[in-house]
Design a protein around this ligand. Structure first.
Ligand code: F6P
Length: 323
C-alpha cells in the first residue's frame, strides 16, 4: 500500500475528526501517503481530494463534526457513479481506502470493494451504535452524554412544575441512545423500536403513580413505531390524565454535534491505528471494531445487518428502576 484515501460519509458523529487524525498520523508513521476525500462518495466521484500531512490534522481531536465534510451520495448507488469514483481514485494513485461512517457507508464500501477488488476497511462512525461487530461506535458515548446533559436540564424545570415530559431522542432504527441515556437520567419509561410498546401498561403505571407529585420523563426513540411518536403519546396521556401537565421535547441534531468525549477520542484513535496497520497486512472488506476491549474485524455485510441485540440486562434495569 502506497497511498491511502480516507473519507467520512453519511450522518456525522463526534470523534470522526479524531479518527481522521489518527489515520493520517498512522499512515505517515509507516511512510504511507494519505489523501483526504471530501464529502464522502460524492467527493470521490468528483475528485475532491486534499493532501493530508501531520499539520493538517493538528488541533482537531477535540472538534465535533468532520473536517472532511460528509454527504449521502445517490450517484454512488449506480454502477456509472462507482466507475467514475474508481477512475478518480486510480488517477490520484490511491490504492486503499478507509471509510468512516455507518451502515450506508459500509453498504457502498462492500459493493465497491467487490466490484473493483479495492482494499477498504471501515471505522464505525455513527451516534446510533447500531453496527454489529463493535461494542461501541465512534460518537455514541458523546451523544448519550449530550442527551443526559439535556434531559438533566429538562428534569430541573419538569420538577419545578410537576410536569410530565416526553423526550424524543435520535435512533432511526435503533433504541440504544434511548436505552442508555434513559438509565442515566432515571427516566420513568423508555420506548424503543426493539421492544413492543405497551401503551395500556404505560397508562396503568401512570395511573398508579398519579398521586406522586413529582416530574416524570418518558423517553421515546425516533424510530419507535408502535405509539405514533412523541406528540401522539402526549395526546393520549393528556386525554386520559388531564391532570398531568404534559410537554414534548425533541432533542434533534444537538445529539450529533459537540466535542467528543475522551472515550470517543480514544476509541477513534485505537480503531484508526488498527485500520491502517491491517490494510498494510492485506485485510479488506471489513469494519474494525472493539469487542470486550479488543480489536475485532467484521465483514461489512455482517456489520450492517441490524442484528445488534439489545442488552437484556439493561432492559431489566429499566424495568426495575422506572416508575
Ligand atoms: O446519524 C444517524 C442519525 O442520527 C439517525 O438516528 C437519525 O435518524 C438520522 O441520523 C438523521 O439524520 P439526517 O437529519 O442527517 O438525515
Amino acid at each position: 500500500i502506497r497511498k491511502i484515501g480516507v473519507f467520512t460519509s453519511g450522518g456525522d458523529s463526534p470523534g470522526m475528526n479524531a479518527a481522521i487524525r489518527a489515520v493520517v498520523r498512522t499512515a505517515i508513521f509507516y511512510n504511507i501517503e494519505v489523501l483526504g476525500i471530501k464529502r464522502g462518495y460524492e467527493g470521490m466521484i468528483n475528485g475532491e481530494f486534499m493532501d493530508m500531512d501531520r499539520k493538517s490534522v493538528a488541533n482537531i481531536i477535540q472538534r465535533g463534526g468532520t473536517i472532511l465534510k460528509t454527504a449521502r451520495s445517490m450517484a454512488f448507488l449506480t454502477p456509472e457513479g462507482r466507475k467514475e469514483a474508481y477512475d478518480q481514485l486510480k488517477g490520484a494513485e490511491i490504492d486503499a481506502l478507509i471509510a468512516i461512517g455507518g451502515d450506508g457507508t459500509f453498504t457502498g464500501a462492500k459493493v465497491f470493494g467487490e466490484e473493483y477488488d479495492f482494499p477498504i476497511l471501515g471505522l464505525p462512525g455513527t451516534i446510533d451504535n447500531d453496527l454489529f461487530g463493535t461494542d461501541f461506535t465512534i460518537g455514541y458515548d458523546t451523544s448519550i452524554n449530550t442527551v443526559t446533559d439535556a434531559i438533566d436540564k429538562i428534569r430541573d424545570t419538569a420538577e419545578s412544575h410537576d410536569r410530565l415530559f416526553i423526550v424524543e431522542v435520535m435512533g432511526r432504527d435503533c433504541g440504544l441512545i434511548a436505552l442508555r441515556s434513559g438509565i442515566g437520567v432515571g427516566a420513568e419509561s423508555i420506548m424503543i423500536p426493539e421492544t413492543k410498546t405497551d401503551m395500556a401498561a404505560l397508562m396503568h403505571r401512570l395511573e398508579i403513580s398519579r398521586k406522586d407529585k413529582s416530574s416524570k420523563i418518558l423517553i421515546v426513540a425516533e424510530g419507535e413505531g408502535d405509539s405514533g411518536g412523541a406528540f401522539e403519546i402526549a395526546d393520549k396521556i393528556k386525554l386520559k390524565f388531564p391532570q398531568y401537565d404534559t410537554r414534548v421535547s425533541i432533542l434533534g441534531h444537538i445529539q450529533r454535534g459537540g466535542k467528543p468525549t475522551c472515550m470517543d477520542r480514544v476509541l477513534a484513535s485505537r480503531l484508526a491505528v488498527a485500520a491502517v496497520e491491517n490494510l498494510m497486512t492485506g485485510r479488506k472488506g471489513e469494519m474494525v471494531g472493539l469487542i470486550h476491549g479488543k480489536i475485532a474485524f467484521t465483514p461489512f455485510d455482517h456489520a450492517i445487518k441490524h442484528h445488534v441485540e439489545i442488552n437484556k440486562d439493561l432492559l431489566k434495569i429499566v424495568e426495575i428502576l422506572s416508575l
